[in-house]
Design a binder for this molecule. Structure first.
Ligand code: GLV
Ligand code: MN
Ligand code: MN
Length: 440
């Protein structure tokens, strides 16, 4: 197959149609016409979404496999059977009030790239695999990127299967079996992909603000999730003098204010979020007995992130002593910032520009499966703009022409690695457990 006969654009209507169809599973409608999705990992809605995507994979005649943590892989074989695959993909689980594009775009654009190449009669040299990674959001089963983390050997499978849901306490492994996605393929995988590229919506404002079509993602910021369980003493709201209170809701409020103040003091890239607060017994006239809350801290600079974590810990000790409560801290996720492979980054940039798109290099504020794959193979990401920079919101939106532009760049990058005779130079891997291509 010569390069000149390789297509340069995907079927945008087909891709958009699949995004719409998947978005209907677990659909959430807002009062102003917003259309989002709720497919928390390993729920019935997640299963139904997986079933639909797998049916599309099978309709294309791809080799479909599921691994022991529920990651799904669909492969178009290459002419060099022993060659490692060029992998793309993302996730289709969502947060409870998720948009229709976060993750879904990377999976369905990957499928679209494969279908486009098949329709053009292109047989790649290397296999092309599209992956659907389990539980990228981590909202129900922390940490985030759990499926890709296990896939690259960053968390033992048994540990992952024993993770408990934050809402109903269900065991991840049991939920995987229940929805029919505890697969036979080994996880971690026996070999690593040749390279990995993920298309994703930006989920932030940078591209739209600068009127840029394609984001060339150079890095992902560090992520720290901590769950705090604050235990005080339940008491009568009217009769208990303030001096006798041991109020976990008050401690939670102090912590919430503290982390916001911390972002002002640190400035720069520091962000902080208290995203979940569960108050017990949650009644108007009862001083609560317990509060469970989460703190999400992120920074592109790990030293600053460590400092933020230290200050949070100190504040917890102080407010615990002052208010007479106990505060138990549990780390839910901790990932250092990740730099993507420079050759892969340049490949994304070059292909986006040669397709005539404006580009900007930027770090990712959100976590992504690509940051896990970067541990075992050269990896990079392509971003397309998010309207109003909104994500993790049912109003998340990216216009069809931008979706199409991103998918065309994905097609070009995959083509470069899997169809033309491009060779990626070796790079230094700092943290991997899977043998690289060519090693025993
Ligand atoms: C997950 O995608 C996150 O960034 O929280
Ligand atoms: Mn995502
Ligand atoms: Mn997300």
């Amino acid at each position: 197959m010569t390069t000149s006969s390789v297509p340069v654009s995907v079927d945008r209507d087909r891709l958009w149609g699949r995004i719409e169809a998947l978005g209907e599973i677990g659909a959430v409608h807002g009062p102003s016409g917003e259309r989002g999705s709720a497919r928390l990992a390993l729920t019935d809605a997640d299963r139904d979404g997986r079933d639909l995507v797998v049916s599309w994979m099978r309709d294309l005649g791809l080799d479909v496999g599921v691994d022991a943590v529920g990651n799904v892989f669909a492969t178009l074989p290459g002419s060099r059977e022993d060659a490692a695959a060029v992998m793309t993909g993302s996730h289709i689980d969502t947060v409870r009030t998720g948009g229709r594009f976060d993750g879904v775009l990377g999976v369905l654009a990957g499928l679209e790239v494969i279908e486009t190449l098949m329709a053009a009669g292109v047989t790649p040299h290397r296999p092309i695999t599209v992956a659907v990674f389990t539980d990228e959001e981590g909202a129900r089963f922390p940490p985030d990127m759990l499926g890709s983390l296990v896939y690259v050997g960053g968390m033992p499978l048994e540990t992952a299967l024993d993770v408990r849901s934050v809402d109903d306490g269900a065991r991840l492994g049991d939920e995987l079996t229940r929805i029919g996605y505890a697969g036979p393929l080994p996880c971690p995988a026996a070999t690593s992909p040749h390279c990995f590229v993920e298309l994703h919506v930006e989920q932030g404002p940078v591209l739209e603000d600068s009127d840029t079509t394609i984001g060339v993602v150079e890095s992902v910021q560090g992520i720290s999730w901590t769950e705090l369980t604050i235990t005080g003493r339940s008491a009568h709201a009217g009769t208990t003098p303030m001096r006798l209170r041991r109020d976990p809701a008050y401690a939670a409020a102090v912590i919430t204010t503290f982390v916001r103040d911390l972002t002002r003091r640190f400035g720069g890239a520091q962000v902080a979020t208290v995203g979940r607060i569960d108050v017990h017994p949650n009644l108007v006239n009862v001083v609560p007995s317990t509060v469970t809350m989460t703190v999400d801290l992120r920074n592109t600079d790990d030293r600053v992130l460590l400092d933020a974590e230290r200050r949070l810990a100190e504040l917890c000790d102080q407010i615990a002593a002052d208010e007479g409560v106990t505060i138990e801290r549990r780390s839910l996720a901790r990932f250092e910032p990740v730099e993507f492979d420079q050759d892969m980054v340049e490949c994304v940039e070059r292909n986006a520009r040669s397709l005539g798109h404006s580009t900007v290099r930027l770090p990712s504020g959100a976590g992504h499966d690509a940051q896990m794959l970067a541990r075992v193979c050269p990896a990079s990401m392509i971003f397309v703009p998010s309207a109003d920079g909104l994500s993790h919101n049912i109003a998340e939106y990216t216009a069809p022409e931008l979706i199409g532009a991103g998918a065309d760049v994905l097609l070009a990058v995959i083509t470069e690695h899997a169809v033309t005779d491009h060779t990626i130079p070796d790079h230094t891997i700092t943290d991997h457990t899977i043998p690289r291509e060519g090693t025993p």
